[in-house]
Design a protein around this ligand. Structure first.
Ligand code: C2E
Ligand code: CA
Ligand code: CA
Length: 557
């Protein structure tokens, strides 16, 4: 025990120290310091109840127990994992043996991880996650005390010019300096978070009157007005500030930030370098969008998202070739929320990565089932949003879906828009070539609506063009739309691409497209988006419909 690297204590049943090992003494300073009650003198106050309970339990159950506590040393507190066991001494009196292992390294690592998950790496300020925790806490306090508080969104004016003109390293330096200056004008009890490229949010407990708000935001604006010196550049940025007040403007955290943001937008529009307090005439995002966002997190947990499948058929035979996967949100009270409403929100808050990964995997598995029913090979088309496409993990997500479902790459079509490719063409090229290695095909969704140059069709490995439904809608009447469709079909033929016409609603449209060599059709005419079980029925019918009468008889027998 004397030589053990761990700290060792022997205690009597009431918790008095009878013996302490060398290491324990070295840690806690002097031998006589270690007499008396271990709990009262050497364990951090917050951890005393846990240790007390553990000691009692050990004495009662006569079984060892593990507990983590902070032991007090002269300078600070150190985390130890204490293993407590019970034995009988020579006099048959129960005593306790406590062996402690230093956990400070583990705790430091955990602490670091926690810090990384809740802080912005560049400025070390809290990130959005921690911000929303803090606001919720401040709301709880405000509710109890009846005292309001303000949320201020601070946007740097002209920061994009710094980044574009002088490069990211300079931009980053400015952000770090701006963060430090802003932080300095605030009190310790205020929270300052970085929530976007050049956007900060300050939570100001106790600040709620007009005079108080003016004072604090005036300081925030002033501190960013003096120039920043970076690498011999003298850089001027300013700040526009928007403010919302609890409980006056909103009572929940999401809405408070959204309204402060709307007010900041107003400040930028009306001359910058000023503060605007929210007023209903600045509107901001509609109420339902904000509550929708909050509901989305809940919906993910509750599994309210589903996938519908819309057939993609051969224009001539009308046999189903594959399906496009379309996401649906079945909200318990709002009913079906259309993707046009929730996908953009998921794009901004990042949930799209989670939802998209799920859609890809679930649809791949579903296709296997479809194939069992159809008894032939089909493909599945999945929409990939820009943010998913940019995400580093996307290829892992793709591999996971393929491995899990057992689908082969060529049965998967990933639908992306022209805009997605053009945000960062170099990155897109790398990702697309890696997708090509997995044989997954790329379809350009809403083709013709996004980008005016066609050069990218040559540069990227693309397999499918989906003609947007706005070009189909007025066919065959509209000459202009007809010309566009013809041009796309011609282009596709020469570049060896398949074409899917979207939004085909009438027989006339189908014939028009078929006559001009459009091979695949998707639209209400040949099948609306439908749940998987309905799609299975459609598949059976589609398969039968294309059998010759002779074969059909055999199937029915
Ligand atoms: P999109 O990819 O262009 O999807 C086609 C949309 O056209 C679907 O709307 C579909 O229901 C609709 N549609 C199909 N045939 C017809 C027709 O004959 N007539 C008319 N009027 N409409 C037709 P939906 O399901 O509301 O989806 C809207 C958009 O939401 C999709 O546009 C897509 O961009 C996005 N979306 C849907 N699911 C997902 C998903 O899982 N991930 C991502 N990132 N986006 C998705
Ligand atoms: Ca699509
Ligand atoms: Ca489309």
């Amino acid at each position: 025990m004397e030589e053990a690297g761990d700290v060792v204590f022997r205690l009597n049943a009431p918790g008095q120290v009878l013996f302490a090992s060398k290491r324990a003494v070295a840690l806690i300073a002097s031998p006589h310091d270690l007499q008396g009650d271990l709990l009262a003198t050497h364990v951090a106050m917050a951890d005393q109840p846990a240790l007390k309970a553990a000691l009692a339990e050990v004495l009662q159950a006569l079984a060892p127990s593990l507990v983590e506590v902070r032991l007090k040393t002269p300078e600070h507190e150190v985390w130890f994992e204490l293993r407590v066991s019970c034995f009988l001494n020579q006099d048959q009196v129960p005593e306790l043996l406590v062996v402690g292992r230093d956990m400070s390294v583990q705790h430091a690592t955990e602490e670091r991880l926690r810090h990384m998950a809740t802080h912005d790496g560049l400025t070390e300020l809290p990130n959005r996650l921690l911000l929303s925790d803090r606001i919720r806490m401040v709301i709880a306090n405000a509710r109890r005390s009846g005292q309001g508080f303000a949320v201020a969104t601070v946007g740097l004016d002209g920061f994009k010019k710094v980044n574009d003109g002088l490069g990211h390293p300079v931009g980053d330096a400015v952000l770090r300096m701006a963060a430090a200056r802003l932080r300095k004008t605030l009190r310790d009890s205020d929270t300052l978070a970085r929530v976007g490229g050049d956007e900060f949010v300050a939570v100001l407990p106790g600040t709620s009157t007009e005079a108080q708000i003016k004072l604090v935001t005036g300081r925030l604006i002033a501190t960013l007005q003096s120039p920043f010196e970076v690498d011999s550049h003298t850089i001027y940025v300013g700040a526009s500030v928007g403010v919302s007040v609890y409980p006056h403007h909103a009572e929940d955290e999401v809405r408070l930030v959204a309204l402060a943001d709307a007010a900041m937008g107003r400040a930028k529009e009306t001359g910058k370098a000023r503060c605007v307090v929210y007023s209903p005439k600045h509107s901001g995002p509609p109420e339902h969008d904000i509550s929708l966002e909050a509901a989305m997190f809940q919906a993910v947990r509750e599994g309210e998202f589903l996938l519908y499948y819309q057939p993609i058929v051969d224009a001539r035979t009308r046999e189903i070739q594959g399906f496009e996967t379309l996401m649906r949100w079945k909200h318990p009270t709002l009913g079906m929320v259309p993707p046009a409403r929730f996908i953009p929100i998921a794009e901004t808050n990042g949930l799209i990565n989670l939802l998209g990964a799920w859609a890809l995997k679930a649809a791949s598995v579903q296709l296997k089932q479809f194939e069992e029913v159809a008894k032939r090979r089909l493909y599945i088309s999945v929409n990939i949003s820009p943010r998913q496409f940019r995400n580093d993990k996307f290829l892992d997500v793709l591999d996971d879906a393929l491995a899990f479902s057992g689908l082969s790459g060529e049965q998967l079509v990933l639908e992306i828009t022209e805009g997605t490719l053009m945000v960062d063409p170099i990155h897109a090229e790398t990702i697309l070539s890696k997708m090509a290695l997995r044989k997954a095909r790329i379809a350009i969704d809403d083709f013709g609506t996004g980008y005016s140059s066609l050069a990218y069709l040559k540069r990227f490995p693309i397999s499918v063009l989906k003609i947007d439904r706005t070009f189909i809608r007025d066919l065959p009447g509209s000459q202009k739309d007809g010309a566009i469709c013809n041009a796309v079909l011609d282009l596709a033929k020469h570049l060896d691409l398949s074409v899917v016409a979207e939004g085909v609603e009438t027989e006339e449209q189908l014939h028009y497209l078929d006559d001009r060599g459009c091979q695949y059709i998707q639209g209400y005419l040949t099948g609306k988006p439908m749940p998987a079980n309905v799609a299975m029925t459609a598949l059976k019918e589609s398969t039968y419909a294309n059998l010759l009468p002779e074969e059909l008889r055999q199937v029915h027998q």
